[in-house]
Design a protein around this ligand. Structure first.
Ligand code: GLP
Length: 244
């Protein structure tokens, strides 16, 4: 794991955007694994700016998102389909047909997950996977568990994730209780992983991810075993880690 310590959220966002744009410049037809949540929004904003300046071109890029709430239609403003268009895809020249998000509107969990696994597998997995981290160390929606998950599957969200995500919904009762998420094994197939963290509420998770034992109880800890994983975290998120 390579840990890059940055000042704050803006610095993290620019560094992450630099890494992603370098990937796209070097391999214009690359595959990117993308994430939702508030953490990557600044990175997406920076990439949009560089796209507008003509510095980066997404015409040939394909994307594969990590997860989606079960039971929300693609046009539901709380869905990750909507989020990705709203914060990123509608502002760059990506071909929407090349963007992929698990189909939360399909109530048949088994079929929806198997279909997404097929799509990601046939794409040959991703060149660069962008990740955020949950306060409990989750990645995608892979919550702390007894075992590491494998392919795309349906998860029951933990009370702490429902609570953390409720800030984005009008009422806590509106937060869906289930989601479809890429599994940990699928995430680990990415050629390169870029995980971002900002703020002291992520400090324990970042410490446990980088310095704790590799355990499914902290799903992100498995990234210690990935051969090409970059952590870009700000000072607050690194406050419990040994100083470099
Ligand atoms: C959600 C998403 C994750 C994300 C995490 C952290 O549960 N499924 O992909 O990394 O929350 O979110 P945030 O970046 O808003 O702190």
């Amino acid at each position: 794991m390579k840990i890059v310590s940055v000042r704050d959220y803006d610095d993290m966002s620019r560094k992450a955007a630099n890494i992603i744009s370098a990937q796209v410049i070097l391999e214009p037809a690359c595959t990117l694994g993308l994430a939702t949540g508030t953490t990557p929004i600044g990175c997406y904003k920076q990439l949009i700016k560089w796209y507008e300046k003509g510095d980066v071109d997404f015409a040939e890029v394909s994307t594969y998102n990590l997860d989606e709430y079960r039971g929300l239609t693609h046009s539901d403003p709380q869905s990750y389909h909507y989020f990705m268009r709203d914060v990123f895809f509608d502002h760059i020249n990506i071909d929407l047909a090349r963007t992929h998000v698990p189909d939360g509107s399909n109530p048949d969990a088994e079929a929806a997950c198997a279909e997404y696994d097929r799509i990601v597998r046939e794409a040959g997995y991703v060149d660069l996977q962008l990740l955020g981290i949950g306060r409990n160390g989750h990645i995608g929606f892979n919550e702390p568990d007894e075992v590491f998950s494998k392919g795309t599957h349906c998860v029951d969200l933990t009370p702490s994730t429902i609570e953390a995500n409720s800030r984005l919904f009008e009422r806590a009762e509106d937060v869906p209780r289930q989601a479809y998420t890429m599994g940990v094994q699928t995430i680990m197939q990415a050629r390169r992983i870029l995980i971002l963290a900002s703020g002291s509420d992520k400090a324990q998770a970042v410490h446990d991810m980088c310095y704790g034992p590799v355990t499914p109880n902290v799903p992100a800890s498995i990234l210690q075993l990935h051969t090409n994983c970059i952590v870009v975290a700000d000072e607050a998120a690194l406050e419990l880690c040994p100083k470099a």
